[in-house]
Design a protein around this ligand. Structure first.
Ligand code: HEM
Length: 136
């Protein structure tokens, strides 16, 4: 596996196409990376069924959650690099997405002021009440 093939960028559709052109192969996706685990099926300590369940065939599947639920070791994470054939397009766009998220931030400011305004009003009423009590 060459370094450049590890960084090949796939859209989800492209992974599905790759899978349909190579029906004998087992492609899975974890952490937005694409792996060809065909040669690893027999060796996987978690059994081949665990990997087969996430085979990308007729529809796109994401094995990240299950992979993390198992709590794979650093050895396992190192090992998987060997089977990586590319990254998902979306991964490259993450920077863009987070920029987009940042532009959404003012919304948080609005919800924050929803808390501050009633708190200030409550404080003002309290002070007015104290003044009223002091006068009488
Ligand atoms: C390329 C991807 C993967 C690699 C290289 C890999 C590698 C490994 C390795 C080395 C172990 C032994 C324990 C450890 O060192 O953490 C393991 C265990 C396990 N794996 Fe994976 N794994 C991969 C994907 C998955 C996926 C997608 C699942 C889906 C559920 C899975 C399920 C399991 C389970 C259930 C065990 C536990 C076996 C046990 O403790 O009896 N693995 N895997």
């Amino acid at each position: 596996m060459t370094e450049s093939s590890k960084t090949q960028v796939f859209s989800r559709e492209a992974v599905l196409e790759l899978a349909s052109q190579n029906p004998e192969k087992y492609f899975i996706s974890i952490h937005e990376n694409v792996y060809d685990v065909t040669d690893f099926l027999d060796e996987h300590p978690g059994g081949e069924e665990a990997l087969k369940e996430y085979q990308i065939k007729d529809k796109f599947k994401d094995g990240t959650e299950s992979f993390e639920d198992v709590g794979h070791s650093m050895d396992a994470r190192d090992m998987m690099k060997k089977y990586q054939v590319g990254v998902l397009e979306h991964k490259k766009e993450q920077k863009h997405v987070s920029e987009h998220d940042r532009t959404q931030k003012p919304k948080e400011g609005v919800s924050f002021s929803f808390l501050v305004v009633p708190a200030l009003l409550l404080a003002a009423v309290g002070i007015a009440y104290q003044l009223f009590l002091n006068r009488s």
